[in-house]
Design a protein around this ligand. Structure first.
Ligand SMILES: Cc1cc2nc3c(=O)[nH]c(=O)nc-3n(C[C@H](O)[C@H](O)[C@H](O)COP(=O)(O)OP(=O)(O)OC[C@H]3O[C@@H](n4cnc5c(N)ncnc54)[C@H](O)[C@@H]3O)c2cc1C
Length: 487
C-alpha cells in the first residue's frame, strides 16, 4: 500500500463508515477483474459509498491526494473497463441501488447507479411501462455501468441504445463536485453533455443518479424462429426484412456451433441440423404486428428457411429466446476457455465477413462460434480455445484481432456495445487517426485535467492533459514513474 493510500484510509472510513472500506488484500481480490478475466489488477483500496454525497467526498479525497480512482458497477463489463488501478481506489457502486422515483405521467424513472437493469422494467411494469435497453446481462449489470458503456442489447435495433433513453445524469466530476448534466426532459439546450458522458467508459466522472425514459409496454409481441442451412441464407433474410421497410424489435442469429453449445446447456430444442437460426421479434400495436409478421414469414421462407416457428405466448417466446440468451455462458460447455469478441459490420457485409471469420478460424485451427445482433450488424464471435494447451490462448487472441481487422476493412467498428476498456485500446489507432484521438483527449481533459479518473482505459497509451505529443527535453515525472507514456 502506498503512503498516499495509507493516508486516505481513515478519511475514507470517516466518509463511508469503517465497514465499507476494504483494505484486506484477500477481500480486495474480489474486484481484481470484470467479465474480461484475462486482465487482472488488485486495487489498493475499495470503498463502497451509500450516497451521492459520500461518492463526491470519496472522489474529492482522491483528487486532493492525486490518487487515481475507478468506478465499478456489477463488474460484468467485457472489455476491462472496471479493471482497478493497482495504486488507486476502486469506488464500488453496489450499495447505491435505490429506485428513487417512477413517474408514470412523464414516463420517466430516477434511479441510483447500482440499480440492476432488469429491476427498472420490473418496477415500471405495474404502470404499463418498461425500460428499453436490455443487455443480455440485464439481471445483474447496473444501469451506471450501462451508462458508462452505452450498452445495447437484442432490442436496441428498434428501441435504441442506452444513450437514447437517458435524459439526465447526476455526476461527481473528477475533482469531486456533484453536478447535473441534462435536466431530465431530454430537450435541454446547449451542448449535449449527457450524450458525451454516455459511453465514456467511466473516464469523465462517476454517475450518482440517472434519469431514464420509460416506454409503454407493447400491445403484442410476436417471436419467430427460422432455421437455415447456412448463416449466408439467414443473412439474406435479414437484409430483405430491413429492405422491406419492417423494423423488428430484434433480429438475432446463431450459427451451428453456438446452437450446439446452447443445446448442451439449456436444451433449447432448436431445429435439428440447422446451420443457423434467426430469431425475429416484432412488437407494437396488434394490427401492425400481424401485418409485419406475415411479411417477415414470407421473406424468411423465400430466403430458404427449412423450418419456421412462431410464438406470441410469453412462455413459448421465452423458450425460443432461451438458447440465444444463454449463448455466451453456454459456450463454456464446449470449450474450456473463450474470448467474447464484439465488432460491427455494415449489415450488407454480414455474409462476407462471416465467411472471412470461417477462413480465419480454419487457418488457425481455432473454433469460432458466432452469435450476433444481425439487425444492426453487431457480431459477437466467441473464439474458443483450451488454455491448458500451450500457444492456444495466443492463437485465439490473434484470430480475435484478425476478426476486428476484417470488421474494419468492411467499414465497421472495433466495438458495438462492450466498449474499448483496456482490451481494445490497442486497436483504437486502427480505427481513429492521431488527430481523432487528440480530439477525444481534449474532451477527457476538459472533465479530468488531472487524469485521475479511470486512467489507462480507452486511449492506446495514457497521456496526461496538456502534454504535447513529441519529443520532450526531460521525461514527465509520471512517465518516469511508469504511470504514463507519450504517444
Ligand atoms: C453474459 C454477458 C452478456 C452481456 N451482454 C451484453 C449485451 O447484450 N449488451 C451489452 O451492451 N453488454 C453486454 N454485456 C457487457 C456488460 O454487461 C455491460 O457492459 C454492462 O453495461 C456493464 O455493467 P456493469 O454494471 O457490470 O459495469 P462494470 O463492468 O462494473 O463497469 C463497466 C464500466 O462502467 C464504468 N462504471 C460503472 N459504474 C459507473 C458509474 N456509476 N459511474 C461511472 N462509470 C461507471 C466502469 O468504470 C467501467 O468502465 C454482457 C456481459 C456479460 C457477462
Amino acid at each position: 500500500m502506498t503512503t498516499a493510500i495509507q493516508a486516505l484510509v481513515p478519511r475514507m472510513q470517516s466518509i463511508c463508515g469503517p465497514g465499507n472500506v476494504i483494505t484486506d488484500p484477500l477481500e480486495l481480490r474480489t474486484y481484481e477483474c470484470d467479465g474480461l478475466t484475462s486482465h487482472r489488477s488488485v486495487p489498493a483500496l475499495a470503498v463502497l459509498p451509500a450516497t451521492a454525497e459520500e461518492t463526491a467526498a470519496v472522489v474529492a479525497a482522491c483528487a486532493a491526494a492525486r490518487v487515481p480512482f475507478v468506478a465499478r458497477g456489477s463488474g460484468t463489463g467485457l472489455s476491462g473497463g472496471a479493471l482497478p488501478h493497482k495504486d488507486g481506489v476502486l469506488i464500488v457502486m453496489s450499495r447505491m441501488r435505490k429506485i428513487i422515483e417512477i413517474d408514470p405521467v412523464s414516463r420517466r424513472a430516477v434511479i441510483e447507479p447500482g440499480v440492476t437493469n432488469l429491476s427498472v422494467s420490473k418496477a415500471a411494469a405495474p404502470f404499463g411501462l418498461f425500460y428499453a435497453p436490455d443487455p443480455s446481462s440485464q439481471v445483474v449489470c447496473s444501469v451506471g455501468g450501462n451508462v458508462a458503456e452505452n450498452s445495447g442489447g437484442a432490442h436496441c435495433l428498434k428501441h435504441g441504445f442506452t444513450v437514447h433513453h437517458v435524459t439526465g445524469l447526476q455526476i461527481v466530476t473528477p475533482s469531486g463536485e456533484l453536478t447535473w448534466l441534462g435536466d431530465g426532459t431530454g430537450v435541454s439546450t446547449g451542448y449535449d453533455l449527457v450524450g458525451a458522458f454516455t459511453g465514456s467508459e467511466g473516464t469523465l466522472g462517476v454517475v450518482t443518479k440517472i434519469v431514464v425514459k420509460l416506454m409503454p409496454l407493447p400491445q403484442v409481441v410476436h417471436t419467430l424462429l427460422a432455421a437455415y442451412a447456412t448463416t449466408a441464407d439467414g443473412g439474406r433474410a435479414v437484409s430483405d426484412i430491413i429492405a422491406a421497410g419492417v423494423m423488428p424489435a430484434a433480429i438475432e442469429m446463431m450459427d451451428a456451433l453456438s446452437i450446439e453449445a446452447a443445446e448442451a446447456a439449456v436444451h433449447c430444442n432448436y431445429p435439428a441440423g440447422a446451420g443457423a437460426v434467426l430469431i425475429v421479434e416484432l412488437d407494437g400495436p396488434a394490427a401492425e404486428v400481424e401485418a409485419e409478421l406475415a411479411t417477415v414469414r414470407s421473406i424468411c421462407e423465400a430466403a430458404g428457411a427449412t423450418e419456421i416457428r412462431a410464438a406470441d405466448d410469453p412462455a413459448e417466446r421465452a423458450v425460443i429466446w432461451a438458447g440465444r440468451k444463454s449463448a455466451f455462458a453456454a459456450v463454456g460447455r464446449i470449450s474450456p476457455s473463450f474470448i467474447v469478441q464484439d465488432g460491427v459490420v455494415p449489415r450488407t457485409s454480414l455474409g462476407a465477413v462471416l465467411a472471412q471469420i470461417a477462413s480465419l478460424s480454419e487457418a488457425a485451427g481455432i473454433r469460432v462460434a458466432n452469435v450476433f445482433h444481425a439487425g444492426d450488424g453487431n457480431l459477437h464471435p466467441l473464439v474458443l480455445y483450451d488454455d491448458s494447451v500451450p500457444g492456444q490462448e495466443a492463437a485465439a487472441e490473434e484470430v480475435s484481432g484478425q476478426i476486428l481487422d476484417a470488421c474494419l476493412e468492411a467499414g465497421g467498428s472495433i466495438t458495438g456495445e462492450h466498449g474499448v476498456g483496456v482490451d481494445k485500446s490497442r486497436y483504437m489507432p486502427k480505427m481513429f487517426t492521431p488527430t481523432d484521438l487528440d480530439t477525444m483527449q481534449l474532451l477527457r481533459c476538459a472533465f479530468d485535467p488531472a487524469s485521475l479518473c479511470n486512467p489507462g482505459k480507452v486511449f492506446p497509451t495514457p497521456r496526461l492533459c496538456g502534454e504535447v505529443p513529441g519529443r520532450r527535453r526531460a521525461p514527465h515525472p509520471a512517465v518516469a514513474a511508469g504511470q504514463a507514456e507519450i504517444f
